[in-house]
Design a protein around this ligand. Sequence first.
Ligand code: ADP
Ligand code: MG
Length: 240
Amino acid sequence: MIKIDNITKSFGSLNVLKGISTEIGKGEVVAIIGPSGSGKSTLLRCMNLLEVPTSGKITINGQEITDPKANVMAIRQQIGMVFQHFHLFPHMTVLNNLTYAPTKVKGMAKSEAEKKARELLARVGLADKADVFPSRLSGGQKQRVAIARSLVMEPQIMLFDEPTSALDPEMVKEVLEVMKGLAHTGMTMAIVTHEMRFAEEVSDRILFLDDGRLLEDTPPKQFFQNPKSERAKQFLEKVR
Ligand code: ADP
Ligand code: MG
């Protein structure tokens, strides 16, 4: 589904990604982990062209998105993204947060968008919050709304950049549960996370980044029990 072929990314003279290659299959869940500043967010953002790689190729569903002639808007519609800080529209109700993009971008009828939105709110456990404004929600509820808002566009791929890092500890679990449920539906997912237990339990593969390089690309069991690289060993000692 996603093929990343030797991509690099520089900001001025700072080389942030130094030649990353990997593939993510349909329905696969990949956890991207590594120290702060290693390039995890940049790699994720390259997958939906929020950042344009300096060199290398990314192909999604056989379509090269790094081709300068690629239709960026069409590509982004296939890829949902959830950020650390929710980015909900504060002046819209929860329901309108969900119906805005499908009606404005996809031209979906309002009634159809609302029906879908309510189904998704029920799926993330927030059926009763449709008519409230985001300011009335807890962090965990906001993040579940953000996930539902992405899903309403029927993406083929979901990208998550530290979706639980801004949450109080007691709210982390409710968001991880929603993500786990999504993984079980066969969604293709790439998740930057510091939740090691979640990564071990839910992902099919771990990508370990260090200083812009992909040091490990392995099944979670192998990564957590027997990491190849010294850097991954040190990292795991610190975070566990
Ligand atoms: P991570 O998500 O692993 O913490 P990032 O991908 O956010 O790492 O950042 C990797 C490096 O790239 C950091 O040194 C960061 O400061 C730098 N960086 C990220 N985005 C930009 C940008 N837009 N302009 C300049 N430097 C950036
Ligand atoms: Mg980051």
